[in-house]
Design a protein around this ligand. Structure first.
Ligand SMILES: [Zn+2]
Length: 256
């Protein structure tokens, strides 16, 4: 039997508050154990951990915990006062892409509204979600921490908030995504790219009745999803979405 001290930084005590109390934990174990196993045994998915220090020195997930160690564990949003500590979360590309579990439908639409590539499909089970995340290099967003503990998942995040508009602010903040937002470039329904329609295409579509005559009488600009062919125009729905996108992007909670 041996004992270690684990210091959780940032909001990582979100995962352990009920069982252990916030901040600093004392843990007792038997046998050899990697720091990755130790962190996940506390209920913290390893994909939430960006930097680990053992006795104030950076280590990776394979580090074998020693008796008496002090382990400092940092999420993506916190940095220790040590230069060049290796990051355990892989760096993101300029086009952050997501896959969301079935409980986050509204969040999927908000992220698409802001132009992010979001895979959301209610037919995907937990195994599929983990596989898609790995194969397509998508950030897996969920409220189920156990989904993020599945082997192979290397990018993911447990959404803390339960209210969809606050969830999207939380995700933008967590991954520093505000500069990557491109509102109104993705189809809310299918994630396809939205493109402007030229006059000829517009008239042919109107001919088969996809644009109501009342809208055609005043609206000159139409857009179409390149995938599902859904038509968009700047009507009252657009006004509401514009207002919502503005609210999300100007939220005072971002980058305080
Ligand atoms: Zn579409």
């Amino acid at each position: 039997m041996y004992t270690v001290t684990v210091v959780l930084h940032g909001d990582l005590d979100f995962f352990v508050r009920k069982r252990h109390g916030p901040g600093m934990l004392t843990c007792t174990f038997q046998g050899r154990r990697s720091v990755k196993d130790l962190v996940e045994s506390l209920g913290i998915p390893h994909v939430e951990v960006n930097i680990i220090l053992a006795e104030h020195h950076p280590v990776d997930f394979s580090y074998l915990v020693r008796a008496g160690d002090r382990l400092d564990v940092y999420p993506l949003t916190e940095t220790p006062p040590i230069q060049d500590a290796p990051r355990l979360i892989p760096p993101f590309h300029d086009d952050a892409r997501f896959v969301l579990d079935v409980h986050l439908r509204k969040l999927s639409r908000y992220l698409r509204l802001l132009g992010f590539d979001v895979l959301y499909d209610e037919r995907l089970d937990d195994r599929d979600l983990a596989e898609v995340s790995t194969v397509e290099d998508r950030i897996l967003l969920t409220r189920d921490r156990r989904l993020l503990m599945r082997s192979g998942v290397s990018r993911g995040y447990t959404v803390r908030d339960t209210h969809p508009p606050r969830q999207v602010v939380e995700v933008l903040q967590r991954f520093s995504l505000r500069d990557l937002c491109r509102p109104f470039t993705r189809c809310l329904e299918c994630n396809g790219r939205i493109e402007s329609m030229d006059t000829a295409a517009r008239e042919s579509v109107a001919a088969v009745g996809q644009i109501p005559p009342g809208v055609l009488s005043w609206c000159r600009e139409f857009y179409r999803c390149s995938s599902c062919r859904r038509i968009y125009w700047k009507g009252s729905h657009y006004e509401r979405l514009t207002q919502l996108a503005g609210t999300i992007l100007s939220s005072g909670e971002l980058y305080e």
